[in-house]
Design a protein around this ligand. Structure first.
Ligand code: HEC
Ligand code: HEC
Length: 496
């Protein structure tokens, strides 16, 4: 699944694609009341098991508390993301009406009493805002004054906020976002009805968006868009860099405040300007970035105040205490310590040593990293950017129980499987919305092969670790531990 764009024809096609992909907008319409036809339900309550209800309630109250304790700037950052559109609309309510006819549903039980509109949106990973369930978290809704309809503009929460074990959680990875499937279906409706295609509809014809639900080729969107800019962000007519497309699982934003550098290889110093890369479509000149920078200072504040949730079910304290000693012995040199005197070393581990999938590490070239580091995004070299990180940075493990699937490509469904490298499933599919409370992570099924005659929508729910960029190999550190040590360690990981 490697797409390398290098022939002259491909350059032209990619130029067209790049012009249309990306998060941007010029408009900032006032929002009307009653935006969606149907009310979205706040929390999916389909999972009857009492412990899943406890998890959902606890996550919902965590989100409420997080906002209550947030600074005013942080709250404004949330409003910036949910109410200001920095991109052109992706679709409108009339397209949604038509999509509903497809009877789209999540492939596992969802909220019990939900409208068709809700079911359609949720099938693609679009969930209601906790603070205003009539609007989705992942798209800014605009009222179209001329036509009797609402338009929807993608925002950062498409990948960075969504359904976490049945609860909408801004800042937690959106594990049910089906970007490629959604774009495919929206385009189908638009073509059928002769509606003008948008930037995602067109862009996805040239660039893969993500072959597994919950993960995306987002990093390569950034590389593609940046290859048309000089360091001041003026638009150039360069040929795009050759690209190795691959999918990644978005990290939870609650790690952000622990880090000095962003991304799995830690190549970019943290800063609000760097968060704006996705708005790099050709129509946005450098002056727009400068004008929007103040908004993104607020977004930065918001991201810095996203907090990891606490494990809400009973924990065996004495077992966890044993696990803590094992963790401090075997894991904390890379992952840090937790509790009152927590420390995070932010170590970059050579790629061959960590041994996890290499596609992400290889796909960002030193030349690309340098181009980014010399640009406005990184204060023209004023920020510490690393051209050649040796491998991946060991992430903090706060709230790790709630951020399945694991590793940067989302290849491992539970923590138990992180601790048991030989048992990791080769092809797996999530089958419930809730938490596997024994192995901590997704409830999934293991399959020997992906059924042949299924729709692309269904196929993208399978994770195939044999596909390019999706390997579940490496990180063999737990192998030296005995089984009872692993059980203790798993109990301790719940407490982080
Ligand atoms: C299409 C999915 C997608 C969208 C939309 C998206 N991101 Fe991301 N984001 C990702 C992925 C995937 C990564 C992991 C990249 C990596 O580590 O190389 C990431 C990483 C990040 C990180 C680094 C976190 C860390 O701990 O290192 C931040 C911060 C971030 N994104 C902010 C944003 C903001 C702000 C927006 C909106 C302007 C946005 N993202 C839009 C997918 C997305
Ligand atoms: C030598 C450094 C090192 C040691 C020791 C180490 N890890 Fe890691 N760990 C990493 C790196 C690097 C990653 C990121 C790998 C990736 O995403 O491809 C990682 C990823 C993880 C993840 C997935 C995080 C996520 O958000 O997806 C978990 C869980 C984890 N480690 C647990 C452990 C445990 C438990 C131990 C001790 C048995 C341990 N690690 C020991 C370096 C280390």
């Amino acid at each position: 699944m490697m797409h390398i764009l290098q022939s002259p024809q491909n350059w032209k096609r990619t130029l067209a694609a790049i012009a249309v992909i990306g998060l941007m907008c010029t408009c900032r319409n006032g929002l009307g009341p009653a935006l969606l036809a149907a009310e979205l339900t706040t929390i999916a309550t389909s999972i009857d098991k009492p412990e899943q209800a406890i998890i959902q309630e606890s996550l919902a109250s965590h989100v409420k508390k997080m906002f209550a304790e947030m600074s005013e700037d942080g709250r404004q950052g949330y409003r910036v993301l949910t109410e200001n559109a920095y991109l052109q609309p992706d679709f409108d309510s009339k397209v949604l009406d038509q999509l509903e006819e497809g009877d789209w549903k999540l492939p596992f039980p969802d909220a019990k009493e939900i409208s068709k509109r809700d079911a359609t949106l949720r099938a693609f990973g679009i969930s209601p805002r906790h603070d205003d369930p009539s609007k989705p978290l992942q798209y800014v809704v605009q009222r179209d004054p001329e036509a009797d309809k609402q338009s929807f503009v993608m925002n950062c929460f498409a990948c960075h906020g969504g359904n976490t074990l049945g609860t909408t959680f801004p800042g937690s990875p959106n594990t049910t976002y089906a970007l490629e499937s959604f774009t495919e279906q929206v385009r189908r409706v638009k073509l059928k009805n002769k509606i003008k295609l948008g930037h995602m509809d067109l862009g996805s014809m040239f660039m893969p968006l993500g072959s597994t639900v919950g993960s995306s080729n987002a990093v390569m969107f950034g590389v593609a868009l940046m290859s048309f800019r000089d360091k001041d962000l003026n638009v150039l007519t360069n040929a795009p860099a050759s690209m190795t497309h691959h999918d990644m699982d978005a990290p939870p934003w609650w790690h952000f405040s622990r880090k000095t550098h962003m991304y799995i290889d830690g190549f970019a110093d943290k800063g609000h300007k760097g968060l704006m890369q996705f708005m790099l479509v050709r129509q946005n000149g450098p002056e727009k970035f400068r004008a929007w920078a103040a908004d993104f200072e607020k977004v930065y504040q918001f991201i810095s105040q996203v907090k990891p949730p606490k494990y809400p079910l009973p924990i065996d304290d004495s077992l966890a205490k044993k696990g803590e000693a094992i963790f401090n012995e075997s894991c904390s040199s890379c992952h840090g310590t937790y509790g009152s005197n927590s420390e995070y070393p932010e170590l970059n581990i050579p790629i061959d040593e960590v041994g996890t999938d290499q596609a992400r590490w290889e796909s960002l070239t030193p030349a690309y990293r340098k181009h980014y580091g010399d640009s406005w995004f990184a204060d023209y070299g004023g920020q510490a950017t690393y051209d050649s990180p040796e491998g991946y940075t060991a992430p903090p493990l706060d709230g790790i129980w709630a951020s399945a699937p694991y590793f940067h490509n989302g290849s491992v469904p539970t923590l138990w499987h992180v601790l048991h490298p030989k048992e990791r499933p080769e092809i797996w599919r999530r089958v419930e919305q809730g938490l596997d409370t024994k192995r901590i992570g997704f409830v999934f099924e293991n399959v020997s092969e992906i059924p042949r005659r299924i729709s692309s929508f269904d196929r993208r729910w399978y994770f195939d670790t044999k596909a390019f960029g999706k390997s579940a190999s490496g990180h063999l550190y737990p192998e030296s531990l005995a089984e009872d040590e692993k059980s203790a360690l798993l109990e301790y990981l719940k407490t982080l």
